[in-house]
Design a protein around this ligand. Structure first.
Ligand SMILES: Nc1nc2c(ncn2[C@@H]2O[C@H](COP(=O)(O)OP(=O)(O)OP(=O)(O)O)[C@@H](O)[C@H]2O)c(=O)[nH]1
Ligand SMILES: [Mg+2]
Length: 460
């Protein structure tokens, strides 16, 4: 158990039905007792685990009542953090809840860091690292599909898969080490064919997991979709139509949008992070130029680019420039203003073999075809993967460790095939094991752990 007790408000701050102040640590129950007077007497320390008491929260310095509350006691190790946990369920007002927290702090609890409750759960072995991360993903999930993936991860789907791969590699390491350390003893010879096929199977599995990472990222963070094009083509109109509200200013003056505007929408289960940007053109205006720079930078980060063109005005250099600069990206060309006469033909855009092209009007007709196209073209892989229960990689951190483990296994395979000494193979395998262990948290460094939990909200 960690030596000190932490406390934080666990619910969102604001007027609400209830507000919860949570304490965890060796003194949690003692501190709880000192600031709480149960209506029917008794003390929290005598309360069995998972029981509640109703009463008054009081300021022990003057005996004044702060709020009414129901207090829940959960004793370690069978609690969320693995420690003694006390939760005050108060009336959810900003001041009352803060006052309850302050009282706990005055009695010796320390203000919890972001994610510290979950971090303690991890350090006390209640969760592994992928599960702790899944807790955060559940809190932040943007669609039902994203939630399902996070819940599977919390249930251990990814850990299990990583665990199985580690188990098999570990088996080889044990055999190799025995053969290396006791060469003259009666250790049976290592079966090199078995070793080779086991390592190869590990590599194949890692390939699968790594391949799931792009879709996993989309499910967790959303498909970063950047709307781009020259000024006045209808970019902000597109954002508004997809959102179904007048979020961005739309005028017939080119250069209306200066800064980026980001909104999240749920497109049939795919979370779309939709970003409207300034129209691309050379501009003497400083503000507009900054907006354009920002827009161009976003091309690199985009998972999907919606490039809007206006068919009612002649093509210009900018249209071609954007086409050229975004050509390595997944993109959809939207030939807009189909309600107006066209002054150019799609063939003038050159070779568009690898691009989806749609003609649309943002003032007439619906966007079903566009939505179908986005979901089909950019999101179907993610939706498909979300249905498999066998573990999807949703974080860059996991992907990086998998890539490193993959490279160590490839190295092991080469070493084996070249007929080098077995202890060299053992080093490669240990390396792979270590990288796989980083994902679940067995071999992860402390600063990485700190970084992960610092992204959580306070009270979680
Ligand atoms: N006729 C017609 N007009 C459209 C269509 N889409 C947008 N417009 C009009 O085109 C003008 C520009 O639209 P915006 O959505 O502001 O264009 P934008 O690309 O965001 O422009 P900037 O922010 O200046 O780069 C507005 O007057 C819109 O009403 C369309 O499909 N048909
Ligand atoms: Mg605009």
């Amino acid at each position: 158990m960690t030596e000190y007790t932490i406390a934080a408000v666990a619910t969102a701050i604001g007027e609400a039905g209830i507000g919860i102040v949570r304490l965890s640590g060796a003194d949690a129950i003692d501190i709880g007792d000192r600031m709480f007077e149960p209506k029917r007497g008794g003390r929290l320390r005598d309360l069995p685990t998972y029981r509640l008491k109703y009463g008054r929260v009081v300021d022990p310095s003057n005996g004044r009542m702060i709020d009414e509350a129901i207090v829940l006691v959960m004793r370690g190790p069978h609690s969320y953090t693995g420690e003694d946990v006390v939760e005050f369920q108060c009336h959810g007002g900003v001041v009352a809840v803060k006052k309850v927290l302050e009282t706990a702090l005055q009695l010796g609890a320390k203000m919890a860091q972001p994610g510290e409750f979950t971090k303690r759960a991890f350090l006390n072995g209640r969760l592994d690292l992928t599960q702790a991360e899944a807790v955060m993903d559940i809190v932040q999930s943007k669609t039902d599909v994203g939630l399902n993936v996070a819940v599977d991860q919390l249930e251990g789907s990814l850990s299990r898969r990583i665990g199985e791969i580690r188990e098999r590699l570990y088996h080889i390491v044990v055999q190799v080490e025995a053969a290396v350390e006791f060469p003259e003893d009666d250790v049976p010879d290592v079966d090199l064919d078995w070793m080779e096929s086991t390592i190869q199977a590990g590599i194949d599995e890692l390939d699968h997991l790594i391949a799931s990472a792009d879709d996993g990222k989309i499910l967790r963070e959303g498909l970063k979709t950047v709307i781009t094009g020259k000024p006045n083509v209808g970019k902000s109109s597109l954002l508004n139509r997809l959102l179904d509200e007048n979020r961005a200013l739309v005028t017939d003056i080119p250069g209306t949008t200066r800064d980026t505007i980001e909104e999240v929408i749920n497109l049939r289960g795919i979370p779309l992070r939709l970003i409207d940007t300034a129209g691309i053109r050379e501009s003497g205006d400083v503000v507009e130029r900054l907006g354009v720079e920002r827009a161009v930078k976003l091309w690199d980060e985009a998972d999907l680019i919606l490039h809007v063109l206006d068919r009612s005005v002649p093509l210009e250099e900018e249209d071609y420039k954007i086409l050229e600069h975004t050509k390595t990206k997944r993109r959809i060309l939207l030939i807009n203003k189909a309600d107006l006469p066209a002054v150019w033909d799609i063939s003038e855009l050159g070779n568009l073999d690898d691009v989806q092209v749609l003609e649309i009007s943002l003032v007439e007709g619906d966007l079903t075809t566009l939505i179908d196209c986005i979901v089909e073209y950019a999101g179907s892989g993610a939706l498909e993967r979300s249905k498999s229960q066998s573990g999807i990689v949703t974080r860059a951190r996991h992907k990086q460790s998998l890539i490193e483990a993959h490279s160590a296994l490839n190295q092991a395979l080469t070493t084996l095939q070249m007929g080098y000494p077995l202890d060299l193979i053992s080093i490669d395998l240990q390396n792979a094991l270590e990288h796989l262990g980083e994902i679940t948290g067995e071999t992860v460094r402390e600063n990485v752990i700190d970084r992960i939990f610092s992204q959580f909200c306070i009270g979680k």
